[in-house]
Design a protein. Structure first.
Length: 142
């Protein structure tokens, strides 16, 4: 939210926050509601009640509807199916998720910043591999 507020202060009319951490971003929603922030469009995959494939199928349309000047993307690794505290997407689905986000931003001319989040697997290399995959997809488009 600090990054969104700073971007808005510096001229962004609409800021999107795409929270793809497995767990619902209720803190972000609370800040938006309490401070009555009207320039942020927040989508948290953690609140959706659909399958991972339904989410992936709907993601391009959801991104298109956001109509933002900047997208802040939380690329949660805890969405991986083998994560002990999360898990609803395969490795390939997570790659598709990241690809959809970066491809949309490139085609729409929307600057994107992302942070690596989540990932609670005991073998940290598995989490690092997922984060590396996100970077690979970003580099395909930027």
């Amino acid at each position: 939210m600090v990054a969104a507020a700073l971007a808005h202060r510096r001229g962004a009319t609409r800021v999107g926050i795409l929270d793809c951490d497995y767990h619902y971003g209720d803190g972000t929603d609370n800040i938006i509601e309490i401070l009555k922030i009207d320039y942020v469009d927040h989508l948290s995959s953690g609140i959706l009640t659909c399958s991972s494939q339904e989410f992936l199928d709907s993601l391009p349309g959801r991104l298109e509807k956001m109509k933002v000047d900047l997208l802040i993307y939380q690329a949660g690794a805890d969405a991986h199916i083998d994560d002990p505290l999360g898990g609803w997407m395969t490795t390939q689905q997570m790659r598709e998720r990241d690809r959809a986000v970066f491809e949309h931003c490139r085609k729409a001319g929307v600057p994107v910043v992302w942070n690596l989040a989540g990932g609670y697997q005991k073998d940290i290399q598995l989490v690092l591999d997922l984060h590396h995959m996100t970077m690979e997809e970003c580099l395909r488009f930027f």
